[in-house]
Design a protein around this ligand. Sequence first.
Ligand code: PSU
Ligand code: MN
Length: 311
Amino acid sequence: MTNFHIRYGAEVAEALRDARPVVALESTIVSHGLPRPENLRVARQIEATVRAAGAVPATIGMVGGALVVGLDDAQLTRLATVDGVVKLSVRDLAVAAAAGADGATTVAATSAVAAAAGIGVFATGGLGGVHREASQTFDESADLTTLARTPIAVVCAGVKSILDVGATLERLETLGVGVVGYRTRRFPGFYLTDGGFDLDWSIESPEQVADVLAARAQHGVHAGALIVANPLPADEQLDPALHDRTLADGLARLERDGITGKAVTPYLLAHFHSATEGASLTVNVRIILRNADLAARIAVAAAARRTDDPA
Ligand code: PSU
Ligand code: MN
């Protein structure tokens, strides 16, 4: 490889040049978060959802050492189907590039790359956060510390319910990451509509989120992320009793199998998908598609705002 500069998909490059709405999407969800072969189908559906709402999707990942913003279909297919795709956090990006690796970017890495590329809105399923037992293991996702220094709006369904949700909210407060509910004052729990904790702010429309982003940019005071927590409607959530059983069983297996580090989240997600016989997968896909739609509408509102008021 001759240089390591970020590569842009043609459509994304054009949209960024013209200040048209773009939504960043992560690839770890595709390579490590969803089972094959649904993962590729879902990855394409996420992009189609962003397009349908009027924005350009920019799925981010690494192909043969090249960091790409706006993977094309062949690149997306490669990350969804080949073995040995590495889960990349921010700290891994340069090492993996130098090694010529295929890699999928986490929320942390995707946010950091998107912000560097000038993309202001990102859609994912659920954030990483503070793991249960973190007081012994110190296992806290780099998603949190990265969002503290990355100016991007992340649309998600809260943090994964496999985590310590209360501790994660405390860390987000300490780290100065903004958290608003989308039409709710309860923090969602990913598979579950209600994660069990209150929020200070509820935002009612994509335009209002765009106002927040404009205020943050014009103040020039707060350089961290804004989490837009978008809960599933209660009738679409995973059955809470099934959720609790599956989680207890998954945590016990984690311990039994000695799983640690970055393998923890993919292991638990895979356990949910198999133990619920696909019920959690259906819910997971709904979460991502709803977030992709909202993120696109926020990006459209933000772009319209820039056109109205270039200052
Ligand atoms: N949300 C999902 N599925 C996923 C993830 C999040 O619905 O696969 C991924 C994201 O890429 C997130 C990562 O950044 O899991 C967190 O991993 P860790 O806990 O190792 O930081
Ligand atoms: Mn971890």
